[in-house]
Design a protein. Structure first.
Length: 531
């Protein structure tokens, strides 16, 4: 190709790229710009004279498309760059086509930010609406509102309509140390008052230079920039939310608009929660006033309720326990009427056992119902003497079962305050249990004084069949009988330990039981020493 033809071709090529809307630069193999079209001048904000001969500064790879950032006068532009091989003025070069995508990128980022905002708004609105507690809702709002804008935190004040002043509401955890919940000075105008009066967002880019610099809120807190937002639901003034930056932060119109949208939603949720809180507060105050004026009646009412509960439980328990022996009585009376005479003695023995069980049940219930402090005859007693009386009574039974029954008091006297009859019944029930469930070996009773705890202690230890761990938590429940009772066929109705524990409680004491199957049982009775 001759020079004339080459120049004509280059001229046509130059005309095409000069008119191209995309920025086009031609770069030689050393990365030096040899040509830039007008669109490139606009993109880089430099004229062709300064661009030509300058280093391009971006890696160029033929047949690849990349995205580059261009900084012009402090502003960031984004361009999509496509590179192809060309020949420029008889040397190999690269043609880089640069399409300005800044507007598209900003639109995409704006869309993503808007989607994030809507998701956040939905999340915080849902959390607030699902939280009935007013203070918890305030804390959620304070914590999350600052997060939305990447602020250092957020505070919320509440409006006291009666006193016409702001009161503390909540402080985000990130600012808990810098912004303590102190009472604003009611004699001074506050930012809360100003923002509620205007009904619009109040922007303080520099708090110390704002008209509110003399105010209590602005002086007390070390913030630099504040966005104050009114919390208003309809005509109801709720308070104000403050998005706080401890360093300079210019609030954009989008931030202000979004913030107003957020507090608009949450003001409705706060109004609902506040109404709920006020209703409960008024109800509590009314209840307190009624309680103050009718205390005796209220106590009587609670006592009646407790009696009614105990009565219901008693009926349930006794109905359950009576069902089996009564069913057996009915069954065997029917069998007597329909069976031959030779079976009568056997059926009568069974009826005798069921009647004995009913008698034991009724007597146990009567004893339990009579355990009342008002019926007790209190006196200063020697617990060792009470125990000795019971042990003496059961020595023949232990001898018949070929068991050793030993009582080893630590001291000559063990003074306690209580009822001799009831303490004797408590020890009797515990000793009978030990005898019933000990097949061989011995039963030891020991007493000692604990001067540190100021208690009299009785330990009953046997070498019996023991108690399963799953039965231990239920031993003092009415009518409860563990697995050991079922397996050994020991008669009983499950009230002995209930009565014993009730007696110990009436004497301000307690009973503790530890045991392992096959290794015996240890029962510990703890009673306060008599003064």
């Amino acid at each position: 190709m001759d020079d004339k033809t080459l120049r004509a071709s280059e001229y046509r090529f130059r005309k095409i790229i000069e008119a191209n809307a995309d920025g086009i630069v031609i770069v030689n193999g050393e990365g030096v710009i040899r040509y830039a079209n007008p669109a490139a001048e606009t993109l880089f904000a430099r004229n062709r004279a300064t661009l030509t001969g300058a280093m391009f500064g971006y890696p160029v790879v033929a047949n690849e498309t990349t995205e580059i950032d261009i900084v012009v006068a402090g502003d960031l532009k984004v361009a999509e760059m496509r590179v192809v091989d060309v020949e420029w003025q008889r040397e190999s070069a690269y043609l880089a086509s640069l399409r300005d995508t800044t507007a598209r990128k900003k639109a995409e980022e704006s869309l993503r930010a808007h989607e994030h905002f809507l998701a956040w708004l939905n999340e915080i609105s849902t959390a607030a609406l699902e939280t009935p507690d007013y203070r918890t809702m305030l804390q959620i709002l304070a914590d999350r509102l600052g997060e939305l804008y990447g602020a250092d935190g957020c505070t919320i004040t509440l409006w006291d309509e009666e006193k016409q002043t702001a009161v503390p509401g909540a402080v985000s955890r990130s600012l808990a140390e810098e912004y303590p919940l102190t009472e604003p000075d009611g004699r001074q105008q506050t930012i809360t008052t100003a923002v509620l009066d205007s009904g619009q967002a109040l922007v303080l880019d520099q708090v110390n230079k704002s008209p509110y610099a003399h105010m209590h809120t602005a002086v007390l807190f070390p913030s630099h920039s504040i966005l104050a937002l009114p919390l208003i639901a309809g005509t109801q003034k709720l308070g104000a939310a403050f998005v706080i930056f401890l360093h300079p932060h210019p609030f954009t119109p989008d931030e202000i608009r979004q913030a107003e949208q957020v507090v608009g939603h949450l003001s409705l949720a706060l109004a609902k929660a506040q109404l709920y809180e006020e209703i409960h507060q008024h109800a509590d105050e009314l209840e307190v006033r009624v309680a103050e004026r009718t205390q005796e009646l209220l106590q009587a009412y609670h006592q009646l309720q407790e009696l009614d509960r105990l009565k219901s439980k008693f009926i349930d328990d006794i109905s359950h326990e009576l069902r089996t022996p009564l069913a057996n009585l009915v069954l065997y009376l029917d069998l007597i009427n329909r069976s031959p005479a030779e079976k009568l003695p056997r059926y009568l023995k069974i009826l005798d056992r069921q009647i004995a069980r009913l008698r034991e049940l009724v007597e146990g219930i009567l004893r339990l119902s009579q355990l009342d402090e008002s019926n007790m005859i209190w006196a200063r007693l020697d617990l060792n003497e009470v125990i000795d009386k019971v042990v003496e009574k059961y020595q023949p039974a232990a001898h018949e079962q070929q068991l050793q029954l030993k009582f080893m008091p630590q001291t000559d006297a063990l003074p306690v305050q209580g009822s001799f009859k009831q303490l004797q019944e408590m020890i009797t029930n515990l000793l009978e249990n030990a005898l019933n469930y000990t097949l061989h070996g011995e039963i030891q009773l020991q007493t000692r004084i604990d001067l540190i705890q100021n208690t009299a202690n009785l330990q009953i230890e046997d070498t019996g069949i023991g108690i399963y761990s799953e039965d231990l938590p239920h031993l003092f429940e009415r009518f409860y009988r563990g697995q050991g009772a079922s397996q050994s066929n020991v008669p009983g109705i499950g009230l002995g330990l209930t009565i014993a524990q009730s007696i110990a409680s009436l004497h301000n004491g307690r009973i503790e039981i530890t045991s392992q199957p096959g290794r015996g049982t240890q029962v510990r009775v703890v009673l306060p020493l008599a003064v």
